[in-house]
Design a protein around this ligand. Structure first.
Ligand SMILES: [Zn+2]
Length: 105
């Protein structure tokens, strides 16, 4: 596990429960768990935060994805656009509710 961003992690499994799962740029790794953002916990938080506003969430994630792609280019990297899309937006379909599906009579 990487030492995160120098906020004084003490190792030894010390957990700081209040630290939000936000992206650390330009690497776009979670500040809390160092997983590629949005990590699963960040996804949960986002779904809760944007509950009932799935379009706004999709737009937010799309803008995050664009920034992450730009950051990678700026770092001289070659982001895999398909992978980035799957990472930032692909999981959204899992939370989409089948709104118009009604039981047939
Ligand atoms: Zn996280």
């Amino acid at each position: 596990m990487m030492g995160c961003d120098g906020y004084g992690q003490h190792g030894q499994g010390v957990r700081l429960p209040c630290r939000p799962h936000l992206p650390m740029r330009p690497a776009w790794l979670c500040r809390n768990c160092a997983a590629p953002w949005p990590c699963s916990r960040a996804q949960l938080d986002l779904v809760g935060e944007f509950y009932g506003h799935s379009l706004a969430l999709a737009l937010y994630l799309a803008s995050c994805m664009n920034e992450a792609i730009q950051d990678q280019f700026n770092l001289g990297g070659h982001p895999d656009l398909v992978e980035m899309h799957a990472r930032f937006l692909g999981w959204l379909s899992l939370t989409r509710r089948p709104r118009h599906r009604r039981p047939e009579r």
